[in-house]
Write a protein that binds this ligand. Structure first.
Ligand code: GCU
Length: 683
């Protein structure tokens, strides 16, 4: 079956070479349980048939007339027929699974089991992955539970089919104000399930007039169909809502969360939603943020707003995910006191402990807005009694818009491993999210999706790696990034050594390269306003958005130390002190925390200015090296993909040069100091 789009890491490639290895055990599949297991069974059977050329015999609720088989069933059923599985009653979580080979008398059995149906789905995809990689399963004993409870994708898709910050075509969910359901919908669910995603917000956080109607019955009817497709794969549907919906849809003259009519309107609405979608996940809310309405309009707090919705959703087990992306977006560049970086913490820290248990605060990784590098948001470690979701941007808004290769796994891993010291050493972000630092458990990760209707889903073929990595890290934030990269390459391009080596190099070095030729040392911004692509050193310098670097002829950067805006004080010790001093601040964040003279000498002995020039020249060289590694693979990658990627790498090199020259010229014009090495800087 040939699809008009790629199936990414799930593609059925020809794996005949492994056929003999797996034939013995996969020739027979025994299914314990009812028809609800048809789906995982079909996934396994299709894979075996199309990739390995094995057509298994299926036995239902009866052991095969053979001694070797795969056994699929819920743990409660499997335990009835096989002894020795008691311990898994305790070690398996609600969403976890076990793949285990046992020898049982004459029989060799490969067990795939889980407590719940959803675990079998995740488990079957993991099993397929292992087979695709040719792993040895003779002695396999693999138990896996997700570390994080919420593993959610946020689509910024609009009903008209456009995608805010989307770089991979149009929405796969909406077109002309209608909901699209087709083969691709199901294949998307399969892709997401295979990386352990369990929730998906299908519409943009900016909920405009038309999208408000998603809560009305004609749309709910269609959403019901959509939700069914996703829930078969263990994925719940969520909706972004507009806080003023009671006004738009309910005809009320207020959306005040403490007004009885408002809370009643939401309760009735939520009842209605669950009639159509019994496993509806809940609401995502961008309130009092960038012109979206919220409780502040009525003098109420975020907690008032979120809890009002929480009460409506609680009877159904639904959740409110409330975004912490709240700041003054009508700033004046002449005002040097207001610091946007401080806003999330200032808004939410005082509310710690005031949210209901089914309310989760969703926090962008950094205090500003998904720049190529920012410090970790101090709300992580700051909030001790509030459920929290780490928000990452898979779509590459500020990181090259899927024209540039910029593999984000490296950055995300650093964020997850950042030790907040909230309770002393060992208080890493990932430990907070797991619930092991504070007694809060409804945590997780959300990624702004990079998916659209392009044939490769993500615009840049290699940007599929970002989607894959997001899921894998949300399932297990402890995994080594190099491992994830290697696995993704093998699943997508096969296991040719040179292919694995070169693409690993490309991915693992791309974020660093992008950082170097754009705005290194924590500077950020300097992009064209609006669409955010390409260099513009003063694009955001005199705007309302609180994004200033304040460069003059002597120095650049904002003093966010205790002597400046005081942002560093939002961190626990020792970070508070480390960031506070220009001598100890990690250099990759120097210009985020400090105002630094161009002639300041970094640890290398080089001046800030010379470092900036050097990094920009190096960044372009690295982009060229990344392209060279790809060109070496010609003939090893299918031609269409090869050409598609090459085209983007060519654009990347050109645009990297544009970045280098614009930024270097800007610094040169500011300072009048030439490059020590005499390289070309345009005057
Ligand atoms: C960024 C992005 C917006 C988006 C916003 C958000 O500022 O440019 O398009 O709406 O983040 O996360 O809400």
């Amino acid at each position: 079956e040939i699809k008009p789009y790629s199936m990414c890491w799930l593609e059925y490639t020809d794996l005949n070479k492994y056929r003999d290895k797996y034939r013995r055990i996969f020739g027979n599949i025994v299914v314990l349980g009812d028809n609800s297991l048809n789906l995982p069974l079909k996934e396994l059977r299709d894979f075996l048939t199309y990739s390995l050329g094995i057509k298994p015999k299926i036995f239902r609720n009866t052991f095969a007339n053979t001694s070797n088989f795969v056994l699929i069933g819920k743990l409660s059923d499997v335990r009835k027929v096989l002894k020795g599985l008691d311990e898994f009653e305790f070690s398996l979580g609600e969403e976890g699974f076990l793949i285990k080979k046992v020898e049982f008398g004459e029989n060799s059995i490969l067990i795939l089991t889980a407590k719940e149906y959803v675990g079998l789905i995740y488990g079957v995809f993991k099993l397929i992955e292992k087979l695709k990689l040719g792993e040895d399963i003779d002695k396999i004993n693999f138990l896996s539970n997700p570390s994080l409870k919420f593993r959610i994708l946020n689509h910024w898709d609009n009903l008209d089919g456009s995608v805010e910050r989307g770089y991979a075509g149009n929405s796969i969910f909406f077109k002309d104000n209608k909901i699209i359901i087709n083969d691709r919908t199901k294949d998307y669910a399969r892709l997401l399930s295979s990386i352990g995603i369990n929730g998906i917000v299908i519409n943009n956080v900016n909920v405009k007039k038309k999208e408000v109607e998603l809560l009305t019955i004609p749309y709910l009817k269609k959403l019901k169909e959509l939700a069914k497709i996703f829930s078969a794969y263990g994925i719940k549907i969520y909706l972004s809502i507009n806080f003023a919906s009671p006004i738009y849809l309910g005809g009320l003259n207020t959306a005040d969360p403490l007004d009885k009519r408002v809370s009643l309107w939401w309760k009735t609405k939520v009842d209605e939603i669950y009639e159509y979608i019994p496993d509806f996940g809940g609401f995502l809310v961008k309130a009092d943020s960038e012109f979206n309405p919220g409780p502040h309009m009525y003098g109420r707090t975020h907690a008032d707003g979120a809890n009002m919705l929480g009460e409506a959703l609680e009877p159904y087990g639904g959740f409110v995910i409330w975004r912490a992306f709240v700041y003054n977006c009508l700033q004046d560049w002449r005002d040097v006191k207001t610091d946007r970086a401080k806003a999330a913490y200032d808004n939410f820290k005082p509310l710690d402990g005031k949210f209901m248990d089914n309310v989760i605060v969703q926090i962008k990784y950094g205090p500003m807005d998904f720049q190529v590098r920012e410090p970790v948001n101090p709300l992580f470690g700051g909030l001790e009694q509030t459920n929290q979701i780490l928000e990452l941007q898979i779509t590459q808004e500020y990181t090259g818009q899927q024209i540039h290769l910029c593999y984000l796994g490296v950055l995300w891993k650093e964020i997850l491993e950042f030790d907040t010291y909230a309770k002393g050493k060992g208080s890493e972000v990932k430990e907070i999210l797991k619930g092991s630092v504070f007694k809060i458990k409804n945590n997780g990760m959300a990624g702004v999706s990079n998916v659209g209707d392009n044939i490769n889903w993500t615009g840049h073929d290699l940007a599929q790696a970002n989607l894959y990595t997001f899921g894998e890290l949300a399932w297990n934030p402890d995994e080594k990034i190099e491992k994830i990269v290697e696995r993704w390459i093998k699943l997508t391009f096969g296991d040719d050594e040179k292919v694995v080596e070169n693409i690993s190099y490309m991915l693992l070095n791309s974020h660093k390269a992008y950082e170097k030729y754009t705005t290194p040392l924590g500077l950020g911004w300097m992009v064209n306003p609006g669409h955010h692509y390409g260099p513009n050193p003063e694009g955001y310098e005199y705007s309302k958005w609180g994004t200033y670097h304040r460069a003059n002829y002597e120095a650049i950067g904002v003093d966010r130390s205790s002597r400046g805006t005081g942002y560093t004080l939002q961190y626990h010790s020792p970070w508070r002190e480390i960031y506070d001093s220009i001598d100890t601040c990690p250099e990759e964040l120097l210009l985020f925390f400090h105002r630094v003279p161009y002639n300041y000498r970094l640890k290398s002995g080089k001046t800030l200015l010379q470092t900036y020039y050097d990094l920009h020249f190096e960044g372009v060289e690295e982009a060229e090296e990344i392209r060279r590694r790809w060109i070496e693979l010609k003939g090893k990658i299918d031609d269409k993909t090869y050409e598609r990627v090459l085209q983007r790498l060519n654009m990347q090199v050109e645009h990297a040069k544009e970045w280098r020259d614009v930024i270097n010229t800007y610094f040169f014009r500011r300072t009048g100091i030439p490059d020590e090495k005499g390289r070309k800087i345009y005057p």
